[in-house]
Design a protein around this ligand. Sequence first.
Ligand code: SF4
Ligand code: SF4
Length: 75
Amino acid sequence: MDKNKGIGLCMCRMCPSFVDCKEEIAFCLASTGKSICILEEKGCLCPACPVLEAEGFSHVFYCTRGSETDQLASR
Ligand code: SF4
Ligand code: SF4
C-alpha cells in the first residue's frame, strides 16, 4: 500500500499506547518501522485497522515491535 494512504488510514493516533512526537505513523509498513517515542504497550488498535486487513498483516504493536517484515523476521 502507498505510504500516504496507509498513514491516512492508520488508527494509531486513537490508540492508548500512542505518543505524539511528530514522527510518521503506519508503523506496520516496512518504510516506517518502530516508533522512536512510544515505549509502553497500553493496548493496540491494529487488529481493527483497514491497513492491516488490506495488507494481510498478522501482528500487533508495530510501534514498539517493528514493522510486519521485522516481526516476521524475528520469529
Ligand atoms: S495496522 Fe496499526 S500501525 Fe499499521 S496502519 Fe493500522 S493502526 Fe497503523
Ligand atoms: S502500532 Fe498498535 S499499539 Fe502502536 S500506536 Fe499503533 S495501534 Fe497503538
